[in-house]
Unconditional design. Sequence first.
Length: 119
Amino acid sequence: MENLQVSRGESTKYEQCIKDCLECYHICTRTLHHSIKQGGEYVEPKHLGLLIECSRICQLSSELMLSGSSFSDEFCQICARACDACAESCRSIDPQDQILQECVKACTRCAASCRNMGH
């Protein structure tokens, strides 16, 4: 574990990214259960797989940042890609479904925060 010395701006950036990752983890998990209940196209294996992967990656990304891992910034870039894919999947299933659209918003917000970690 690395002892990170970060400026106030960097600290805020990390805190926001951790918050966004945890929120995305929770919303993707909720959306997974919602999708299973809906059935039909909501349970396509690719869609369910992306929800599972995105939630797990977001959870791990937040854990890496919290622990001060030297891999966290790099892993955040992977997290951003997973969030983009998950958002696109939710968007394509049903643009009128409120829970799917909340997932799109959470994934989009998390992807932006994670991309910001690499800069």
